[in-house]
Design a protein around this ligand. Sequence first.
Ligand code: NAP
Ligand code: MG
Length: 484
Amino acid sequence: MQLLNYINGQLVAPQSNTYLDSVNPATGLKINDVPISNEADVEAAINAAQNAFENWSSLTIQQRSIYLTAIANEIENSIQQLALAEVQDNGKTITQATSVDIPRAAENFKFFAQAILEFPEESYTTEKFTNQVLRQPLGVVACISPWNLPLYLFTWKIAPALAAGNCVVAKPSEVTPLTAFLLSKICIKIGLPAGVLNIVHGNGSVTGNALITNTAIKAISFTGSTTVGKHIAQIAAQHLKKVSLELGGKNPAIVFEDCDFDKTVSELVRASFSNQGEICLCSSKLFIQKSIYEKFKIAFVQKVKQLKVGNPLHKETNVGAIVSEVHFNKIINCIAIAKQEGATILCGGTAVQLNGYNKNGFFIAPTVLENLPNNCITNQEEIFGPVITLMPFENEEEAVHLANENQYGLSATIWSNDIEKANRVAAKIDAGVIWINCWLIRDLRTPFGGMKNSGIGREGGNEALRFFTEAKNVASPTPPKEGL
Ligand code: NAP
Ligand code: MG
């Protein structure tokens, strides 16, 4: 299939008429032609968004909310088609796509359709003066998302931006563009006014760069790697654009001896290997209290070995394909580095060669490492794949130190039945998102984002609506009370 850009309400070919191949990583076969959009395409998308802004931002919030709800409903109606597209593009399992990715994409639109109606209005009144805070849309904003949760993260940005009254130019990852293209069709189907949302395809260095450097873009909401995030922050600084950066992670799990053992083992297998470990929130370093280290290791590795690596379209598959050959090679190289650093491989550690339909796919066995110090490359750099390390700790103080000894601060999990201790540790961990005795629980009203090299700004709920609006304070004399 030849994918097209969505500009000014129309599906259009890139002006250069050049395309790149997108590949199904579970088969190694080409599936789609993806437009390589250049500056002229991005310019056309931004112009369309600018032209649409006056009408879109003048709609009532109820009217905008109706459009968002219609998109959500249509995503729900197309769940099978969208899930299949996500599997083909990304290699994730059909179970993950149908139970997490696509329902959450619909939920993002539903959630912000409601959240904008409830967005609190601020005002401060004294006898003499009243201050009223207006929250006005910024204008045209850019949303740039990665390949790991393609439609989920794409819509997590677009929904609040639109709800707040902005017009959007969005770029999905060139590696997984298919569901973004299908979203264009949904927007056309539900009659979203032309230019309100524009989707340009292409790679980061050309298309992404044209988007972030354009002076008409008032804000950039970006999810991706720390390297690209820092680059975007530098570009944005020159024009004083607002930026929200959701970046990499190296998330610790702290397992205390007084945890609920069986539940902790199975939840941490899930936290480590869901979506092939390609979720920014996956656990990658498991710190286990020394007294239960051996017992935990045996139980954990036994469970990991039961995970089935296979065709992502099969319901019984737990671990699908790695997103691309490039990323597959990166992970295999990380395992080689771990070996050089002296890691003991408890399970996995190699590519998995499947047969038939999947014989040219990119599969890696879930890998558990030990005997590595916390400060080695393997334990400090993000791998973003099915590779984790086990490390022992003595006491609470050491656990906090080890968890914080890293450039990242996205998320952490703490496992203990001593809730007071767990909360004490939570307060000391440098991470924006902490889960105690659970993982990946998301209430969309809560702030989401990382500390340190994991980013700046927070998404979610009112944080996202604040990001996509400009606060304007209007002070005026307080009118005399009636009857006085
Ligand atoms: P990436 O290489 O940083 O790319 C992210 C997006 O930025 C893609 O759409 C990419 O386009 C685009 N891009 C690349 N260079 C650009 C430039 N110079 N200007 C503008 N846009 C540019 O990240 P990725 O490899 O796709 O995703 C994996 C990373 O995302 C990991 O580090 C992971 O931790 C992080 N992540 C973070 C979160 C979070 O919430 N904190 C969530 C998910 C993922 P191309 O695809 O064409 O390169
Ligand atoms: Mg692909």
